[in-house]
Each structure stands twice: as structure tokens, then as C-alpha cells.
Ligand binder design. Structure first.
Ligand code: GMT
Length: 376
């Protein structure tokens, strides 16, 4: 069954927007019509792709509005697009505020009931949703959703426990396109980032405090005592300035490149030897999965849903958050021991291919769409 789906996400850099965009592209590839409804074109989306449509939400402002009411403008646009293109369902990524907008759009839609699915990504539950001012409406919007998915078992359980949600929360894990994200035949010995052949470490995130970005700099400084290494910091956000400052203080600023936001991380990942993900919390850890698909062993933290992705000692390493010394030791081991690196790199790629590749995960969304459409 081909569906006509409206997808809403944050169009900026961030895991939930990336998952939503990649899902839309994969669905369009499989013959479904996909309508993105958001305030900007999602970063990884080429709107010229066949069967992909983009509908901008315009939020007009007025002196009276200290906070322009985006959720309402979004709900209006969702209802409009649903009516005009006869959408079968809405699928929103990140509960706040998309889920409430979808609920309003559903109520505004006069023809048969327009079902909506909410996919929970992590901070919408663990940080923002837990905030006192958002807690009741987040719980309400989740309960009102016709379908709910979570990107890990950890997040499923957390949502059920924390919000007391009794409805089924279907776990559909994040995925990666293993044809696009893949290792290089030969990782070059030197590159523009490491002309003297230093091995490259990589960190990719939105540089928020939850990512413990400063730990990346500390890990580099520590690991460099044992092996020459250069760190690529991809992304941007509030912790970038402090990270640049710390690199100067620790005397490693020449050994770190801050690349900012990048549109084609699949071209950068395969150059790296080790991926750093020292997060305080991750409900899944999409950046680690993308790196693993490119054969880059992750050194990450044992938090949230990360152990559902990385098996410690097999396809990566897990240490306690904040334990810089332990993470740096793992990095140095991977840089110095070529056979260990080769084993973990190939296991990482294998994990991505066998458990998280699009061909395994996208059909789970298609089945769920069918189930939810038929249930209303
Ligand atoms: O933390 C981020 O990178 C942003 C955030 C988001 O919603 O954009 O990421 C969450 O969703 C990603 C995609 O499903 C997950 O891979 C991340 O683990 C999750 N972040 C946290 O739980 C902190």
C-alpha cells in the first residue's frame, strides 16, 4: 500500500530532523508520496526529489506576540495540506510542539479522521518534556497520538515509566543508508586535516551541554600523549566557543579543526579512525551509527540507549560519562593497535549492515503506517 504522508520535524541540524528527513527520502524512494511540513526545508532534503513535497509554515508576527505562535501556524498548515493533498496520516518527529499541532490539525480536518503518529527521539522526553511547564502537555499529546514510536527500548521504557503512558509505544530503532554511509576502500594515510599522517578522531553533534563536547578536547589531549592524533569537530552549538577556548588552554588548538555544520558528513566520517561520543545521555546515538556504517569504531558512554547500538569490546567501546581517562585509553588503543582497529572497524560496519540498515528498518515504519491507518 502506497501512503500519502505528512512529515513534520525540526528542519535544523539535530538527530530527530535527520531521521525524519532520511525516512521521508527512503519512503519516497519506495513509491510513497511524502509531504514535509515545517518552517524551513530540512537540511538533508533535496525538494527536487521525486515524490517529495515541501510545504513551508509561515509564522507571522505581531507586536502583541512576544512569542510568535508557531504551533498554531503549523497546525493550520498541516490541516490545509492534509485536505489539499488528501493525506492518509501525519507523522511528527519530536513531541514538542509537533504532536499538539498534529492533534489540532486532526480536529480541524472535517473529512474522515486523520491519524497521527508521534516519534519520540529523546530530549523531547528526557529534558524538555520533563520540564514542569511542558510535562502535562507532552503527556497529553503522547496519549492522544494514534501511534507512538520510540527510537530505542530505553526511550520506550523511560516514556512509559515517567509519563505513565499505558498505550503501546512501538520501538523502531534509528537507521542508516549503508550504501551512502560506507568505509573507503583505502583510508588515506594523510588528508587535508592531517597532512603529517596523524590519525583522525571525529565528533559530530549539535554541541549542546548534554553532548559533553569539552570531554572530546580533553580526550584528544590525553590520547595525544600516546599517539599523534587530530580531532575533527563537526557541528555547531553553544559549547563550541568553550571547546575552542579549552583547546587553547590545553595547548592542542593546532590539533583540532572545528568544521561547523556540514551537509555531507558521509564524506568526512570515512576519513576518521575513531568516533568520540562522550555524551551525558543519548537515547540512541545516531552519529555513532553513521560512523559505524563508515567503519569508524566509536568510543562512547554507557548511557541511555547507546548499549542497544554498541556492544562494548566488539563493535566499539563504552565507558562511564565523564571518565575522560578511560575513554582516552580506548582511543589510544585503537590508534596504536592496528589489528584491534581492523577487528572493531569491521564489526562496527557489520552491526550497521545487519541490524540498522534502511532495508531492515523502513519496512517497520511502512507496516506501522498500515496498522495505524487501518485502526482509525
Ligand atoms: O541530541 C541530539 O543530537 C538532538 C536530538 C534531536 O532530537 O534532534 O537527538 C535525539 O534524537 C536522535 C535521533 O533519534 C538520537 O540519536 C539522539 O540520541 C537523541 N539525543 C538524546 O537523547 C540526547
Amino acid at each position: 500500500m502506497e501512503v500519502n504522508v505528512g512529515i513534520t520535524c525540526y528542519p535544523t541540524y539535530g538527530g530527530s530532523g535527520i531521521v525524519a528527513t532520511e525516512l521521508g527520502l527512503e519512503l519516497a524512494n519506495r513509491g510513497h508520496e511524502v509531504h514535509f511540513i515545517s518552517y524551513a526545508n530540512p537540511i538533508r532534503l533535496d525538494p527536487d526529489t521525486p515524490r517529495i513535497h515541501y510545504h513551508e509554515v509561515e509564522v507571522s508576527t505581531y507586536p502583541l506576540f512576544q512569542y510568535p505562535p508557531y504551533s498554531l501556524a503549523l497546525a493550520s498548515r498541516m490541516a490545509e495540506v492534509a485536505a489539499m493533498y488528501r493525506l492518509d496520516l501525519l507523522h511528527v518527529h519530536y513531541a514538542i510542539p509537533h504532536s499538539i499541532s498534529a492533534l489540532l490539525a486532526q480536529q480541524m480536518t472535517r473529512r474522515r479522521r486523520l491519524p497521527f503518529i508521534t516519534t519520540l527521539h529523546g530530549t523531547d522526553i528526557t529534558l524538555v518534556g520533563a520540564d514542569r511547564s511542558y510535562f502535562p502537555i507532552t503527556r497529553f499529546s503522547i496519549e492522544q497520538s494514534d501511534g507512538i514510536t520510540a527510537i530505542s527500548e530505553y526511550l520506550q521504557k523511560k516514556t512509559a515509566d515517567f509519563f505513565g503512558v499505558k498505550k503501546e509505544i512501538r520501538v523502531i530503532k534509528n537507521f542508516v543508508n549503508c550504501d551512502i554511509y560506507r568505509p573507503l576502500e583505502d583510508r588515506p594515510a594523510a588528508s587535508q586535516y592531517a597532512p603529517r599522517g596523524e590519525k583522525l578522531l571525529i565528533h559530530v553533534s549539535n554541541f549542546r551541554p548534554v553532548k559533553r563536547v569539552l570531554d572530546c578536547i580533553r580526550i584528544l589531549a590525553e590520547a595525544r600523549r600516546q599517539a599523534p592524533a587530530h580531532l575533527l569537530m563537526v557541528g555547531d552549538g553553544p559549547e563550541r566557543g568553550p571547546a575552542e577556548q579549552l583547546a587553547r588552554e590545553l595547548g592542542v588548538d593546532r590539533h583540532v579543526s572545528f568544521l561547523g555544520k556540514q551537509n555531507h558528513v558521509e564524506r568526512i566520517f570515512p576519513l576518521a579512525h575513531v568516533l568520540l561520543m562522550p555524551s551525558e545521555l543519548e537515547s540512541f546515538g545516531l552519529a555513532a551509527l553513521e560512523g559505524m556504517a563508515c567503519g569508524v569504531p566509536p568510543v562512547a558512554t554507557r548511557v541511555g540507549g547507546v548499549p542497544e547500538l554498541i556492544t562494548d569490546g566488539e563493535d566499539g567501546f563504552l565507558e562511564a560519562p565523564g571518565d575522560v581517562a578511560a575513554q582516552a585509553r580506548r582511543v589510544a588503543q585503537l590508534l596504536l593497535d592496528e589489528s584491534l582497529h581492523a577487528r572493531v572497524s569491521s564489526a562496527a560496519r557489520q552491526t550497521a549492515e545487519t541490524r540498522f540498515c534502511t532495508s531492515k528498518i523502513i519496512p517497520l515504519y511502512e507496516d506501522y503506517y498500515k496498522q495505524i491507518s487501518e485502526s482509525v
